[in-house]
Design a protein around this ligand. Structure first.
Ligand code: KG4
Length: 376
């Protein structure tokens, strides 16, 4: 694998462009190697598109490298991807009991994300495809999340009936999609500022939790049984639009902490006043507030798009059991199917990239070696 790392570096530096290999029979496409490096996870997975089954899912999380900075440092992220990518791809191949020679298609996330990080995965994928004469596919990270709802704990896949609604809530995105078919997802509502995960992470930071903060907020909220102590403001136009805004909520929490003597606008958190009890109350009030917003928006979405049969909840925030239960209850009331992938497929992973690579391959949507992370 070392020579592919070298080839990757050479391609990165030279921008080496060559034509793609011989055309292969699309009906014979079986094994897809998925590669994901858009942010702070280096991930690879092997998907068998004939059996519609994942064979492996391997991942290295960089959280430990970034947590002391309270967020992702792009330069550290790209360096770590370069160090780990060959190890993770080898692991995915070994777990699948396959070699690179068995792979038919390399499918890689090319956008959106941190440019340096995307470049590592994309150049590595190009290098493998070029060196081993494989087909290449570029995948949009958001589409990969949207179709992660097809992935099951057992590594089997199961189609969610089209059209369906999808709420993608991660650290970088919060949006509603009307998913009409494979690869056809129309945005019908999105955040105008922060993402929901970002709101969890930023507020977690000011009350003294590590990065990322979403899971800790949920744990603290569960300790006080998800009570709404502080009644933070719900978004304006809650029942009128599917768009979101979370930056006002973050400011409201901050000013509430100032009022309680736990935050100084000049100096930051006043740690003596940030008691475990206050941490629980802020966490619980914040979680209930965001769940309320999602719940009301989902009710509106079902009114606006009555034709949908199902709703899917994806992205890192979909690991949150409290929000999941609230949204599942809405679906039950409205007679819609609720689908949420297992947590390992909610956060960034390569299984979803390999899966999207599978349906794009069946449609002949291959990339050439001009595949680029800067194109929109
Ligand atoms: O999809 P994801 O892994 O990727 C990025 O956007 O990078 O999502 C990460 C986000 C973080 O903001 C994290 O705090 C949030 O998902 N998250 C959660 C939970 N687990 C992860 N938010 C709320 N509750 C959770 N249990």
């Amino acid at each position: 694998m070392v020579r592919y790392t070298m080839l990757c570096i050479a391609l990165t530096m030279s921008g080496c462009i060559e034509g793609s290999g011989d055309l292969i029979d699309e009906n014979k496409i079986m094994l897809i190697l998925g590669v994901e490096t858009s942010c702070d996870e280096t991930a690879a997975a092997v998907y068998d598109s004939t059996q519609k089954r994942l064979l492996s899912n391997s991942l290295f999380s960089q959280i430990k490298l970034h947590e002391i900075y309270g967020g992702v440092v792009p330069e550290i992220a790209s360096r770590s991807h370069l160090e780990k990518i060959d190890i993770i791809i080898c692991k995915a191949l070994q777990d699948a009991q396959k070699t690179l020679d068995d792979i038919d298609v390399v499918s890689v996330t090319t956008k959106p994300g941190l440019v340096g990080s995307l470049l590592i995965g994309t150049c590595f994928a190009k290098a493998i495809a070029w060196g081993k004469n494989k087909k290449l596919i570029g995948v949009d990270h958001l589409h990969a999340h949207i179709f992660s709802s097809f992935l099951k704990e057992s590594f089997e896949t199961e189609e969610v009936e089209f059209p369906h609604l999808c709420l993608l809530a991660s650290g970088g995105n919060t949006a509603f999609y009307l998913v009409k078919d494979f690869g056809q997802a129309q945005i019908v509502g999105q955040t105008s500022d922060d993402a929901a995960g970002e709101a969890f992470d930023k507020i977690a930071k000011i009350i003294g939790f590590g990065y990322p903060g979403g899971a800790t907020i949920e744990k603290k909220a569960s300790e006080v049984k998800f009570q709404d102590y502080f009644g933070y403001p719900r978004t304006k136009d809650l029942r009128k639009t599917l768009d979101f805004s979370f930056s006002g909520l973050k400011t409201a929490v901050l000013y509430d902490l100032v009022k309680r003597g736990a935050y100084d606008l000049g100096k930051g958190p006043i740690w003596d006043a940030v008691t475990p009890e206050l941490q629980q109350k802020v966490s619980s009030s914040l979680l209930v507030c965001i769940a309320d917003i999602f719940e009301k928006k989902l009710e509106l979405a079902f009114k606006l798009y009555p034709q949908v049969k199902a709703f899917t909840f994806v992205g890192g925030v979909a690991c949150n059991s409290y929000i999941k239960n609230r949204l599942q209850t809405v679906c039950q009331k409205m007679g819609k199917k609720f689908v949420c992938p297992p947590c390992k497929f909610c956060g960034d992973n390569a299984a979803m990239v390999a899966f999207v690579g599978g349906y794009k391959a069946q449609r002949g949507q291959f990339a050439d070696f001009y595949l680029d992370v800067l194109k929109t």
